[in-house]
Design a binder for this molecule. Sequence first.
Ligand SMILES: NC(=O)c1ccc[n+]([C@@H]2O[C@H](COP(=O)([O-])OP(=O)(O)OC[C@H]3O[C@@H](n4cnc5c(N)ncnc54)[C@H](O)[C@@H]3O)[C@@H](O)[C@H]2O)c1
Ligand SMILES: O=P(O)(O)OC[C@@H](O)[C@@H](O)[C@H](O)[C@H](O)CO
Length: 397
Amino acid sequence: MERNTPKKAVHFGAGNIGRGFVACFLHESGYEVIFAEVNDATVNKLNTHKSYKVIEVGADGTTEKIITNYRAINSRTNEAALVEEIATADVVTCSVGPNILKFIAPVIAKGLAARSTDLTPAAVIACENAIGATDTLAEFIKSPENTDPALLEDYDNRATFANSAIDRIVPAQDPDAGLDVKLEKFYEWVVEKTPFKKWAVPDIKGIKWVDNLQPFIERKLYTVNTGHATAAYYGYTRRKSTVYDALQDKDIREEVKNALKETADLITEKHGIDEEEQKQYVDKIVRRISNPHLEDAVERVGRAPLRKLSRKERFIGPAAELAEHGKDCSALLDAAEMAFRFQNVEGDEESFELAKIMKEKKPEEVVQQVCGLQPSEKLYPQVVNIVKRVQADSNEE
Ligand SMILES: NC(=O)c1ccc[n+]([C@@H]2O[C@H](COP(=O)([O-])OP(=O)(O)OC[C@H]3O[C@@H](n4cnc5c(N)ncnc54)[C@H](O)[C@@H]3O)[C@@H](O)[C@H]2O)c1
Ligand SMILES: O=P(O)(O)OC[C@@H](O)[C@@H](O)[C@H](O)[C@H](O)CO
């Protein structure tokens, strides 16, 4: 079976990583990119400007790339057009945030249902900071609310779902930057190749295809994102404005290094990663998040504290596993405490929700609801104590 020509990709979320990384790589690989976006201003800008710049900044200077050959569709108001595009796309990607996957699933399901099974199945790859994000998206797509169960019998002829780990720091952009995106030079995009059983993997430059994604996604989430979030939450409580500023504070830098020593302990043993290799990976991450050329606000990096404090995420995920093995996770817990203090931050809905939960619920309820920890787990009493402390401090204020 042949792929459509010219190659076409539908990408949900024309935000920082969407325009700056995913669409950039798809464009450079010869795809026309159709952005599916809910922000009308962004849709209009994309449809009226034929190109935008991706500006890579680092210690060794600046490089610019020009992105062209794209269109945008408002996925809220023009579903029919989007269904048609998905029905004939080679690739469907997204970078909308893990909590938004359920909202984009219905239209993807309609597009896949409308697709001819004579075409090569669409490669569906969620590019989010979450373990198994494509699996989560696929579950929503295949649910009876979104897809006729009869179609599932040969669904492999419509779509191939592959999980991915995506790594590139893209801060919030200057409001005057238009569509241009300033980001770091480093990137890593790892995708599992095992789901592509009968078909070749899509030809996308820059993707590293692997048989087993688990070590890559866990190493990324529990190193880059754990370190980043630790710096951001300590930075926020100590009134630093960017992650760079936070890391200039030697106490915060030490907290970050301590948290990453703990996650390294878990990752090296669990995935058989060489200790020296992990040490070099950590050193590189600390250098990357300390990049003075990126103005990455602590509020962006700390955004969505409920998600970040959840069970499979950057603090509780590794800490729970370490605790079960009787290993030290005190620095991770200290950082999680800072995350619990990220409350009522302007522009961040979850931080308000967190404040409400902390105000209304008992510590035990907070830990079960927010962190998904059960009383039988070793980490549970320690997190309950953290919540008690943060609640007591809030009552004193
Ligand atoms: N920025 C980074 O450094 C970075 C790096 C790696 C991974 N990620 C991950 O990528 C995802 C997006 O992050 P971001 O920084 O680009 O965020 P962002 O807020 O800049 O972009 C998200 C975009 O999705 C759009 N959107 C929201 N709901 C939508 C819907 N229902 N349909 C279509 N579009 C919708 C928003 O309008 C926005 O333009 C997150 O999961 C994040 O963890 C981000
Ligand atoms: O996107 P989040 O909210 O999961 O995490 C915030 C940052 O840590 C994140 O966006 C990093 O910049 C990115 O994951 C680097 O690859």
